[in-house]
Design a protein around this ligand. Structure first.
Ligand code: SAM
Ligand code: SF4
Ligand code: SF4
Length: 361
């Protein structure tokens, strides 16, 4: 196992000591490891055109076998080690995470994790909302703190053209309301905006979620994966989205809640709440990116646009100890130099990239 060097963020200097005493684990751009996104399945009951287009993810698509997936115990082990190394926030995602059987059992195992300072780890989940009405109470009882629900339109026909699911908007709205009711709040509602497809839904969505206590976040359509036919002409930028909103509402910028917050926050001046803009294409935020991503079968990816993951399942199933797992994770993170969105361009775009439905956003 290679030697693990931790860097001291506070000192602002290079490598100083080995082990946790040296301060947070930093990558080559001095970014700490703070967030872990765990994709628990590559399956989904939607076929969003920007994520799992049916032409590619059709009836004959081969998904992972259950034996290939990390078990809940294996996921919890990786998570516990990652928390020791600096992770403060864990997000469960997929595919559709609520399709993974007994997901609340995993939530229960993760909800007990505490940082070395004794604070509970912030545990959240991103879902398309179809099973949320049924599952919200159990998730809350298991220790989940909040949920993010994806919803790209209020109009049923538009929603169908984005999600290709046969599910109506009402089902997702009921899921959102139930999540709010049981205290998985504030619920964040994610809307991916694709120019010419659902940009006419920006204002209806804003009207619907003003005064609701939920936070609507607009996401620029991203060039994740290789199957969604992304092209820049279909990206409505955060600035353009904001301009649309400002035709009807008065908004003022709000301060970020913490370093590395992905969404730029804007507040309605009439007290109706706030919205977020996630501008990964027009204003990349790699400099503050503190996220690692664990795939369903236990590969660690350091960037949403990576084409290679680091296999942790092999180490775990060969009987590796927590110390070995920690050393592996630390070694991987300290060598990290990814900043795809800042470099986005012909050369990087040509490489293979993992799919969003596999790694979970
Ligand atoms: N199935 C769950 C859901 O849809 O919320 C979780 C997984 S999904 C991959 C996570 C998030 O990624 C969703 O909010 C989805 O809208 C977003 N997403 C997927 N493909 C995207 C793309 N090409 N550009 C921007 N966001 C995307
Ligand atoms: Fe499924 Fe979420 Fe991808 Fe839509 S965005 S296909 S709901 S994983
Ligand atoms: Fe982080 Fe990669 Fe996205 Fe940059 S492109 S913000 S490094 S995930």
């Amino acid at each position: 196992m290679s030697k693990v060097i931790f860097h001291s963020e506070a000192a602002g200097s290079g490598p100083d000591q080995e082990g946790r005493r040296g301060g947070p684990l930093l990558d080559t751009h001095r970014r700490p490891l703070r967030d872990l996104r765990i994709s628990v399945t590559d399956r989904c009951n939607f076929r969003c055109t920007y994520c799992m287009p049916r032409e590619v993810f059709g009836a004959d698509h081969v998904f992972m076998r259950h034996s290939e997936l990390l078990s809940f115990e294996e996921i919890a082990r990786v998570a516990a080690v990652a928390v020791r190394l600096g992770v403060r926030k864990i997000r469960l995602t997929g595919g559709e995470p609520l399709l993974r059987k007994d997901i609340e059992a995993l939530v229960e195992m993760l909800a007990v994790l505490h940082t070395p300072e004794g604070d509970p780890v912030e545990l959240t989940l991103t879902t398309n909302g179809t099973l949320l009405k049924k599952k919200a109470r159990a998730l809350k009882d298991a220790g989940l703190r909040r949920v993010t629900v994806s919803l790209d339109a209020l109009d049923d026909a538009k929603f169908e053209s984005m999600s290709d699911s046969g599910v109506g908007v009402a089902t997702v709205l009921e899921g959102i309301e139930e999540a709010g009711r049981v205290g998985l709040a504030p619920v964040k509602v994610n809307m991916v905006v694709r120019k010419g497809l659902n940009d006419d839904q920006i204002l209806p969505m804003a009207r619907r979620f003003r005064h609701s206590g939920h936070v609507l976040r607009f996401i620029e359509f991203m060039d994740v994966g290789t199957t969604n036919g992304w092209n820049m002409a279909e990206v409505l930028t955060g600035a353009e989205i904001l301009a649309q909103l400002r035709r009807e509402f008065t908004l003022e910028p709000a301060r970020a809640n913490y370093r590395g917050e992905v969404a730029a926050r804007w507040r309605y001046t009439d007290g109706a709440g706030e919205i977020g803009l996630i501008t990964s294409v027009s204003q990349p935020f790699c400099g503050d990116c503190t996220r690692a991503r664990l795939s369903p079968e236990g590969r660690l990816f350091l960037c949403l646009f990576a084409n290679q993951g680091h296999d942790l399942r092999g180490l775990i199933r060969r009987g590796g100890s927590d110390e070995q797992l920690a050393a592996a994770l630390a070694g991987i993170w300290s060598a990290r130099d990814d900043r795809y969105s800042e470099l986005r361009g012909a050369e990087t775009a040509r490489r293979g990239k993992i799919e969003m439905s596999y790694i979970g956003g």
